[in-house]
Unconditional design. Structure first.
Lengths: 425, 433
């Protein structure tokens, strides 16, 4: 899919020339081991670099520059992938071909250089007022999760099953950790991005590969990453004898979130089989959970499962009447049991294979998705192509699915609901 | 089949109106793997009073029925239509808005089979009292889900403040009470009136051969029988210029207040080029005054009065429209006062330059070109434009021609204080814990 070049040790460029899009997408991804402290610092640093830089020292000047470049989208973002924190800079700009007599792609490259290499420092420090405000913005972002009851319930579930582990650490860190950040730590983290983080750069669009390589080397000079950043220390799983938690808020619907564990992860041989297993269980609108919880029992509007393959976790989510929690859990348990007993029809199997195939092929119609999928699948030792992957699903049998279903173990039920739901405890 | 080439965008659009009145559009996109097909009727939640097909007297149907009908279209005597789409690897979906109901699928394979499934399921209704009753539990949970979403309550509360009579003030899904009155007969009545091909648009975009696809659709439609197209008589109440309620507050379990400042649009009984120009002028005006590169935005951001949830938008359909500006904020009063003050200031002293206008126009052109990478955007927006007698591909030329006078004129409609309203969501008062 992508042509690959090494710009420095630990710095790779991936280019995909295609006429499919009217824009050029660029993504820088800086990667280092995930900890609460680092995630917090990086989230705030992303905001600070987004606000201003040496060339455009005020936000209004910077925004006007982006508007002038045909509303070029340029934003920093923080995410996580497995046990790594990803600090990214994404840009999307109109291809010159669609504009009369303009050359903006070069201008965008030079702007990217500015935002990465020329931060708005005074005497080696960021402006204190900016630091203070952007810390506040990140704190408010973390707190806003409370207002989105589905996200909040999912986070509470994760905190209960994997406390202090990568699976539950937010890519924004925590309120306390953000409060504790100092100006020096931010400056130091910026240096780490430039010298230590593993960096992958993706470019997708109607570009000439040689020209792009040249632009990259002309505009940027990357230093070799010599130091290997150490993995965060593995915290042993705290033994949790609780397997149910019901929390109350002032709300109408009950949010049911169930966690299951499996030893099969993204890196396992059986990963493609587990993708199908999850698909039959609850990944689609033909799946067992949707058909039974929603269509047959009319208990929910949404009811589905998802496979978090980097953590070996499966989640089932449903929005239900708050007094139906026990009934819903029992019904969902039955669906997994059926799968584990090998109750899988030819129709279900074929539907799930078709849907997964379609999902993967469709994803290629978005430049961002091309980047995200490749960025994940390149971690596997096999060279990834869509057709190869589809081939892996083709011959999977019901017996294989049953075997992987048997590795799925229910771990925790989290329920968030209004007061009336409390009555049945 | 008509062919239209849009040179600057390098897009070719094919279209034909079939004998039964159905408008079919096909836009082949090179390099794409999937095909996206939408089948949309010009029928939404605001269409609650109308003369049913073959009758003489207007009726008023229960609130939420267009959305209810959308749900029920998926269930057939032989089972759930999703099953059929899944077999052929298609992701299917549907949505109901104030003015439209759309059914859609995307797939990378078996595109003709899936198109057939789409046409058949939308054109062959099957409702029974039993299946209607079953759906009430599912939609009840959907309504409850939205009830718990503060951003939806904020948006809808602001619309309710603005409109006294116009049915845009009624929640698209209705309420648990109103949907309890819906019967299979209601659904047939609405279906027969609004799902005639002459009230619908079929849009196909992506990896498609236009000749083959058009031939396939024509043959399918020719083999089905429909009544003669008739004009649909819909009735909408008169709406006053002023807002209905100036200010309202709702308490929810949130961590921080949320506020929306709403401005009811006055000039909404328009369509075609007039609508296109007015809508673009309005969006550009909002962006110039309240966008992220505006002096207003810089000041409130630096004051800490807004966060990343800030937004400022204008949207309209024929008959209604509104500007909404707001954010999660601990200073809702300061923020709304500042918005009012900003409007007043520009009304007395419009100190924006041609250069500012051109910058925002460039930004909007860039946004539009980016959006054209998304075949979902093209299909949904094209249909909306066509129901309002506009053409999506006229946006860039219209933006290039936009003048400061047009923008100033659009801005004038924001200055009527009777059209201003504020809706605030506040956290419950917490005990000290």
């Amino acid at each position: 899919m992508f042509q690959q070049f090494e710009l420095a040790s630990g710095v790779k460029l991936f280019v995909r020339p295609t006429e499919q899009f009217k824009t050029i997408n660029i993504s820088f991804k800086w990667k280092q081991p995930l900890t609460v402290e680092k995630a917090s610092i990086r989230a705030v640093l992303a905001n600070i670099l987004q606000f201003s830089n040496e060339v455009y020292p005020t936000n209004v000047a910077f925004r006007k520059r982006l508007d002038d470049l045909y509303g070029t989208v340029l934003y920093f973002d923080t995410t996580k992938k497995g046990s790594h924190h990803i600090f990214s800079l994404n840009a999307e700009t109109v291809n010159d071909a669609y504009l009369s007599n303009e050359k903006i792609v070069d201008e965008v490259f030079s702007l990217l250089h500015t935002v990465i290499f020329k931060p708005n420092l005074v005497n080696g420090k960021f402006d204190e007022a900016i630091v203070k405000r952007e810390k506040e913005q990140v704190i408010e972002r973390i707190q806003s999760m409370y207002d989105d009851k589905t996200r909040y319930a999912q986070q509470r579930l994760l905190e209960n099953i994997r406390p202090n582990k990568a699976a539950s650490i937010s890519s924004n860190g925590t309120v306390d950790a953000v409060k504790a950040i100092t100006n020096d730590q931010l400056v130091e983290m910026h240096q780490e991005l430039l010298t230590k983080d593993n960096l992958s750069i993706y470019i997708v669009g109607d570009v000439n590969v040689d020209e792009i390589k040249e632009k990259m080397t002309n505009h940027f000079s990357f230093v070799d990453r010599t130091e290997v950043l150490e993995k965060a220390e593995e915290v042993p799983n705290e033994k949790n004898d609780k397997n149910f938690l019901h929390e109350i808020q002032e709300m109408k619907q009950g949010k049911l979130h169930i966690a299951y564990q499996t030893p099969i992860t993204f890196f396992s041989e059986e990963f493609p089989v587990m993708q199908l297993t999850n698909g039959i269980l609850g990944g689609f609108s033909h799946s067992k959970i949707f058909m039974n919880v929603r269509e047959k029992e009319s208990m929910a509007y949404y009811a589905s499962s998802s496979y978090s393959s980097l953590y070996g976790l499966i989640f089932v989510l449903a929005g239900i009447e708050s007094n139906l929690q026990e009934k819903a859990v029992a019904l969902i348990d039955e669906q997994l049991k059926a799968l584990q007993a090998g109750e899988i029809s030819d129709l279900e199997l074929n539907q799930t294979k078709s849907m997964l195939t379609n999902q993967l092929k469709e994803a290629l119609d978005s430049a961002r998705a091309q980047i995200e999928i490749y960025d994940q699948y390149k971690e596997l030792n096999t060279s990834f192509t869509v057709d190869n992957w589809i081939e892996k699903w083709k011959d999977v049998t019901k017996e294989q699915i049953q075997q992987t279903a048997l590795t799925i173990e229910k771990e925790f039920v989290y329920f968030l609901s209004g007061k009336e739901g409390a009555a049945n405890e | 089949m008509n062919k239209n080439y849009f040179e600057q965008l390098e897009e070719t659009l094919y279209n034909e109106t079939l004998p039964n009145g159905l408008d079919v559009y096909i836009l082949p996109k090179k390099g794409f793997s999937k095909t996206f097909v939408t089948f949309t009727t010009k029928y939404g939640s605001i269409d609650r009073e109308f003369i049913p097909l073959g009758k003489d007297e207007p009726v008023i149907v229960p609130d939420g029925i267009a959305h209810f009908l959308e749900h029920k279209m998926f269930e057939k005597e032989e089972g759930d239509v999703f099953q059929k789409f899944s077999e052929k690897g298609a992701s299917a979906n549907a949505f109901t808005s104030f003015t439209r109901t759309a059914y859609l699928f995307s797939s990378t394979d078996h595109v003709l089979d899936n198109t057939k499934t789409l046409l058949d399921f939308v054109q062959q209704p099957y409702f029974t009292e039993q299946t209607v009753e079953k759906e009430k539990g599912i939609i009840g949970q959907e309504i409850t889900m939205y009830d718990d979403q503060p951003d939806w309550r904020l948006y809808f509360g602001t619309i309710e403040n603005m409109y006294k009579e116009y049915p845009v003030k009624i929640d698209i899904a209705g309420t648990i009470e109103t949907i309890s009155h819906i019967t299979a007969d209601h659904l047939y009545e609405c279906y027969n009136t609004f799902y005639h091909p002459s009230n619908m648009v079929l849009f196909v975009v992506g990896a498609v051969n236009q000749e083959e696809m058009m031939g396939f659709i024509k043959a399918d439609q020719a083999a089905k029988t429909f009544e003669e197209p008739q004009e649909i008589k819909r009735f909408y109440p008169e709406e006053q210029e002023a807002v209905d309620i100036k200010e309202r507050t709702l308490k929810m379990d949130v961590q921080k207040p949320k506020v929306l400042f709403g401005i009811k649009a006055s000039n909404t009984d328009i369509s075609g080029d007039e609508m296109l120009n007015y809508e673009l002028a309005m969006q550009v005006a909002i962006e110039m005054l309240f966008g992220r590169s505006s002096a207003f935005y810089q000041e409130i951001y630096e004051n800490g009065w807004i966060d990343e949830s800030y937004s400022a938008d204008f949207s309209m359909e024929q008959g209604y429209g509104f500007t909404m500006i707001g954010s999660d904020t601990v200073n809702p009063t300061e923020l709304t006062e500042k918005i009012k003050e900003t409007i007043k200031r520009y009304a007395s002293n419009w100190n924006l330059e041609e250069e500012d206008l051109q910058r925002i126009v460039r930004k909007k052109i860039g946004f539009f070109l980016r959006a054209l990478n998304s075949i979902e955007y093209i299909a949904n927006q094209f249909t909306r434009y066509s129901f309002n007698d506009m053409n999506l591909f006229d946006v860039v030329p219209a933006l290039e021609k936009l003048t400061m006078d047009q923008v100033k004129e659009a801005f004038q409609s924001l200055t009527n204080e009777d059209a201003h309203t504020v809706f605030t969501i506040l956290p419950f008062e917490k005990n000290n814990d």
